[in-house]
Design a protein around this ligand. Structure first.
Ligand code: PLP
Length: 385
């Protein structure tokens, strides 16, 4: 069996990494020329850039006017940790996990905060049944499991009159999926995902009930300065106007602004969501035609439209991990797909980022290459046998 011929078309942009994700189409560093570099972030220009980033986030994401939006340190991880360490412990907690990042939050709550939380897990490819969750407890979960390709379909199962807080890590969902803010008390994300921004900063969005918790509850454990959102029992409102706790990167802020303005130019959130959905559909349709490739997500209703995770299901494959790695390596070597191996803790396979900065034509161009790499690896296996 000889190696198959290479497809005629290559993706113009081979960047399908799930974070940092592809920059906006036609990005160039010249677009950041307006960054107020070498100036204090507390000078009027710096403050106005940070405030603009908050305002545009509200506009593009559709965040209600009475929710606070803060730019915080430590990327998405920083935002999630800040929320958990500041708010949990006031009432019973349920932790939901269906992939490695959600499991990381479980570890923090159970092993670091030492809370007696109820933990509900689903295997990779599946999701916890929200009908079984007690929303009178504080509930921590990930909207889109970046490493399992499974997402929450909608917020219908979350009661509007819940007594607990919902703390949602939405980093690979925000901007590409509709987030029901009325059902979410804490939403976090980082710029490096759907908008193709830079790492470093996280965004923390708080409902009025989350603010109430911050002002009425002091955790039993100490909080480092970098996590502290209250002063003398009152919310530090400055954080939510762009007075960041510590020094932000104004280059990263400028880059985020450029991406937000690109999003606006397309028509905002709806257009971003449509782009991700169109991209994911290309991969889903391809999978449906091939009997050797499957979506890791078991149920189409919960299949991610950003981090699409795939597994090879061909009986000729004996070592699934080695096979998937070899396919990803082959594609990378050809320069048609970078960083698409499954996450290190996830089942063996591929993960193709379909977020809003990725062009649908590039996903379309990638599909024949997947088949080419698959066939080439199968041929190599036959030769080695
Ligand atoms: C669901 C989820 N949570 C948290 C993180 C960590 O994000 P960051 O590196 O921006 O802190 C990631 C990164 O991929 C993620 O996918």
């Amino acid at each position: 069996m000889s190696a198959p011929a290479t497809p005629a078309t290559r993706p113009a942009n081979p960047r399908f990494s799930s974070g940092p994700c592809a920059k906006i189409p036609h990005f160039s560093l010249d677009m950041l020329a307006d960054a107020p570099l070498g100036r204090s972030h507390r000078a009027a220009i710096g403050k106005s850039k940070l405030a603009e980033a908050i305002d545009l986030t509200r506009e593009v994401l559709g965040v209600p006017a009475d929710y606070r939006i803060g730019i915080v340190p430590g990327s998405d991880t920083g935002a999630v940790e800040m929320a958990m360490w500041s708010m949990l412990g006031a009432r019973p907690v349920e932790m939901l996990a269906w992939e490695s990042f959600g499991e990381g939050w479980v570890t923090d709550v159970v092993k670091q905060l030492k809370l007696d939380a109820e933990v509900k897990k689903a295997p990779y490819g599946q999701i916890v049944d929200f009908a079984t969750v007690d929303f009178d407890k504080d509930v921590v979960f990930t909207w889109n499991g970046t490493t399992s390709g499974v997402r929450v379909a909608n917020g219908d199962a979350i009661p509007a009159d819940r007594a607990g807080l919902t703390i949602c890590d939405a980093t690979s969902a925000a901007f590409a999926m509709e987030l029901p803010f009325d059902k979410l008390d804490v939403v976090t994300f980082s710029w490096q995902k759907v908008l193709g921004g830079e790492g470093a900063h996280g965004v923390l969005i708080l409902s009025p009930r989350a603010v109430e918790r911050l002002e009425s509850y002091t955790p039993a454990w100490p909080l480092p300065k970098i996590f502290r959102m209250t002063k003398g029992g009152k919310l530090n409102e400055g954080i939510f106007k762009g007075e960041t706790i510590n020094t932000p990167s104004m280059l990263a802020v400028e880059d985020y602004l450029v991406a937000l303005k690109w999003a606006q130019s397309l028509g905002g959130r709806k257009a971003l969501i449509a782009r991700a959905e169109a991209n994911a559909k290309v991969v889903w349709d391809f999978c449906a035609q091939k009997d050797w490739l499957e979506n890791l997500a078991r149920d189409a209703a919960n299949a991610s439209t950003t981090s699409v995770c795939l597994k090879f299901v061909d009986a000729r494959i004996t070592d699934g991990a080695a096979f998937a790695k070899a396919v990803a390596k082959r594609l990378e070597k050809e320069g048609v797909a970078l960083d698409i191996g499954a996450y290190r803790d996830a089942p063996a396979g591929l993960r193709i980022w379909c977020g809003s900065t990725v062009e649908t034509a590039d996903v379309e161009a990638l599909m024949p290459w997947l088949e080419w790499a698959f066939e080439a690896e199968i041929a190599a296996l036959a030769q080695a046998a």
